[in-house]
Design a protein around this ligand. Structure first.
Ligand SMILES: [Zn+2]
Length: 281
């Protein structure tokens, strides 16, 4: 077995639990907003879906992204396996390209009505904390994996870059969804490079123009470059409303059965590109 794959579970688990513990503690010490719904229900549902997604992904896919990158490396598949780039260049380049791909994927999940149905489960959370970053509908997770596999086959990234990307994305998702307060100058400084909690919280606003902003997960560059950047929510971080219109019943959006059924409910309204309701609120 490849050495990288041998250590993969340990690396993943340590980063997951390490980041989770730090952010959860930070949220208790310095919360940004007061939570509005029961934390016990939200946490068990949001973490329950993580367990469910992990089981489903393992059951459905015969390979992991890292193993696929190794196979691509051995077979010379993908652009980076065709050109001889030094590792110090190929690894960061691949991580950046993968981050760009996930930015585009995120925009697409907001823009295409059927995909928005899946993604809105993530947005329906009435509060915003470290567990929000982990709640995604299983079908969205499966589609994301397929898109990632396709990107890996075309790009041919070094396997270690895929592992770095997945671990960092996981940690960053917990970081930038967390309900933490940090000094404004620090937020401003970090934001030049990475997505901060205040930056991503704008994306979880109930307002269409705000939810269609700040799609990035790691680098803040993509939103600035592609015109989707919004600095702060109009109502301020404490005054803004989180979640989506029409799905504000805690029982529906904070309990597993309701969350799993959310994509199949009602008409698509809200943020999907041809269903926006500017001025019709
Ligand atoms: Zn989103």
């Amino acid at each position: 077995m490849n050495e990288l794959m041998q250590h993969e579970p340990t690396i993943r688990l340590s980063f997951f639990f390490g980041t989770f513990a730090v952010m959860a503690l930070w949220e208790i010490i310095a919360p940004r907003r007061a939570l509005t719904t029961s934390k016990a229900w939200r946490w068990s549902s949001n973490l329950g879906i993580v367990v469910l997604n992990t089981v489903i992904v393992r059951a459905v896919f015969p390979t992991t992204a890292v193993a696929l990158a190794l196979a691509a490396q051995n077979n010379g598949w993908g652009v980076l396996n065709q050109i001889a780039l030094a590792a110090w260049l190929a690894v960061p380049l691949a991580v950046i390209v993968l981050d760009f791909a996930i930015y585009l994927q995120h925009v697409m999940f907001h823009a295409v009505p059927a995909l928005w149905r899946l993604h809105r489960m993530h947005h329906a959370d009435l509060d915003y904390d470290v567990t929000t970053g982990a709640r995604f509908h299983p079908i969205e997770i499966l589609l994301s994996m397929l898109i990632k596999f396709a990107v890996i086959l075309v790009l041919g990234p070094p396997a270690v870059a895929v592992l770095i990307f997945e671990v960092v994305l996981n940690a960053m998702a917990m970081f930038n969804h967390s309900n933490v307060r940090m000094p404004t100058p620090l937020d401003r400084l970090l934001r030049w490079i990475v997505v901060t909690p205040d930056m991503h919280r704008v994306h979880h606003s109930i307002e269409d123009d705000e939810a269609n902003s700040n799609f990035g997960f790691n680098l803040s560059l993509w939103d600035r470059l592609f015109g989707t950047y919004k600095q702060q929510p109009d109502a301020g971080h404490r005054g803004m409303t989180l979640g989506i219109r029409g799905h504000r019943n805690a029982k529906e959006v904070d309990r597993l059965p309701g969350m799993l059924l959310l994509p199949f409910r009602g008409k698509i309204t809200g943020y999907a590109i041809n269903r926006r309701s500017w001025g019709k609120k």
